[in-house]
Design a protein around this ligand. Structure first.
Ligand SMILES: CC(C)(COP(=O)(O)OP(=O)(O)OC[C@H]1O[C@@H](n2cnc3c(N)ncnc32)[C@H](O)[C@@H]1OP(=O)(O)O)[C@@H](O)C(=O)NCCC(=O)NCCS
Length: 156
């Protein structure tokens, strides 16, 4: 368990966390992941973590790694815990771990309309490198994804 700040800590996600994780996912995402996607993420060895305080899960992130590349697949902070620096802290923790294990690049996709997440990623230092047309389902049909990356060589 790693202490983040203000009593919040981070630990690996377990199957027994999935009720709470799904509640947050359903509350915060327009097209939420299913229980199976999370369960497969844990089973396949993705880097799945929850952030919690006093036993209450406040958010999570899911990262896949292939060779020296990491892909941030999902990061969510429960609406009641947003704007307290937790998203920032989780992603900075990911960057630190990537630096420790010689990961050279982190990729992610984000909805074009997702101002909060785009601001967060830009603020942390991710750069836009492309657009995946009609990548996400949306209320209107489909929505573009912005592809972002951070190179870690020399990031320290
Ligand atoms: C994106 C998300 C993870 C941010 O988590 P958070 O803990 O609320 O973010 P933080 O408090 O760490 O914010 C860090 C910075 O991100 C930006 N930011 C976060 N929320 C924002 C918002 N609603 N509007 C504009 N900028 C925002 C700001 O630059 C902020 O810095 P500041 O507070 O000093 O202005 C959260 O809004 C969320 O879970 N959204 C729904 C799920 C989602 O979209 N996930 C990303 C999928 S790609």
């Amino acid at each position: 368990m790693i202490v983040l700040h203000a009593g919040f800590s981070v630990r690996p996600m377990q199957e027994s966390d999935l009720d709470a994780v799904l509640e947050i996912e359903n509350a915060a995402q327009p097209t939420p992941w299913s229980r199976n996607i999370f369960a497969e993420g844990i089973a396949s060895g993705h880097d799945c973590e929850v952030v919690e305080k006093d036993g209450q899960i406040a958010g999570f992130q899911v990262v896949s790694r292939v060779l020296d590349e990491a892909h941030l697949l999902n990061v969510v902070i429960a609406p009641a815990f947003q704007r307290r620096g937790l998203g920032w802290a989780l992603i900075n923790r990911l960057i630190e771990r990537c630096e420790e294990n010689d990961t050279s690049i982190i990729f992610l996709e984000v909805r074009k309309s997702n101002t909060a997440a785009r601001q967060l990623y830009e603020h942390i230092g991710f750069n836009e490198i492309g657009v995946r047309r009609a990548y996400y389902r949306s209320a209107e049909g489909r929505e573009d994804a912005i592809l972002m990356m951070m190179e870690l060589v020399g990031h320290k």
